[in-house]
Design a protein around this ligand. Sequence first.
Ligand code: FES
Ligand SMILES: [Fe+2]
Length: 413
Amino acid sequence: MKSRYHHKIPEHDPTLTHVERGAPMGEMLRRYWQPVCTADELGDLPKRVRIMCEDLVVFRDGAGKTGCLELHCPHRGTSLEWGRVEDDGLRCCYHGWKFATDGQCIDMACETPEFREKMDVWQPGYPTHEFGGLVFIYMGPPAEMPLFPMYDILDTRYRDDVELRGMRLWEDHAIGYVRDCNWLQHYENVIDAYHLLILHAANSGDQFGSVVTTTGWPDLDFEETELGVRYNMRRNLPNGNRLERHAEVVLPNISLIPSIHEQGTDAKYQSRATEVSWCVPVDNEHLYGISIVAWPKDEAGKPVKDWKPGTDTVTDIRPGNLRERPYEDKQRNPDDMEAQESQRPIAIHALENLASSDRGVVLLRRQLRRSLDRIAAGEDPANIIRDDAANHAIETHAWNTVILPDATGEAAE
Ligand code: FES
Ligand SMILES: [Fe+2]
């Protein structure tokens, strides 16, 4: 007879989850530009960041150049977060060594210039790239550095109807990190369409206030796209209209979620996600979320006031996403935070029983493994762009389409 009790906890396979330098996934995520902060977070003070188990300091010098350096001063280790931003670099508070954005030590307050030149100290650091209101760094091998990918949502060379704004998913002060668990648990949630129907509707009541979750059981399936995986949700709405919805994960850690506030009243054709969001590991058990929001402009070309981004993860915090909630409230109305963090700090895949509803998760994990295999074979992983000519309004596949009953034919997908 099978014992229901004394089971042995299997070893966790760290391949998809662990992100430190040297771990396969850590090396893979380092092959892409990763966002470290919003552009407006770099004022006259340096900013300490932790990403993929590395402690760094990011700053913008007086000339406007951004730099990202290892946190601890190469002199005797003081954190550069206490340093002073000057016109041409960041000066350590302890003995005044100053570093340019490329890491070169350009002044030693207690030494002669000749001595400094002879010693020739460089603080390790990473290249930075500013785009769409975010600051990105590249932590991978220099020879493998890709272009920053220009997805259609944010390629303002081809659209003048939006202004790009960098925004953090929730404010740091409100909940700390977005999740205190492994990055993949949060990332997989994007493609986990069935949890919309259970966690966010049947179990906890309508948490989105829209037709996305609460109007009966939809048709659902999953498919691979050129960029990753998406779900296809089709449902008839009580008002007689039809909703087709797709959310997409773009490998390795970008998500595209079309509006969760959809009311389904007006005809709509491929109303795309308005945020390109990155799920960034802090270490193996924490992550942050940060987005470029394509903020609509009015006819006069001014950003629309009071517009609400498509997910409530940018400017508003859904009550269920607050870290501080009464325990009983969390038990009665659990939300994404309770569901994802309690999968354990790092979910043990060997203990899971993946079912047919997990097909999106399975496809995503399979694609991530495929990309790891490609790196092992000396090739580029998924979605690496090196050719300028190919880096134009790359088509994404996440949108809501609302079809009115009198519409003829199928909406294009
Ligand atoms: S520890 Fe930074 S200058 Fe001495
Ligand atoms: Fe969710």
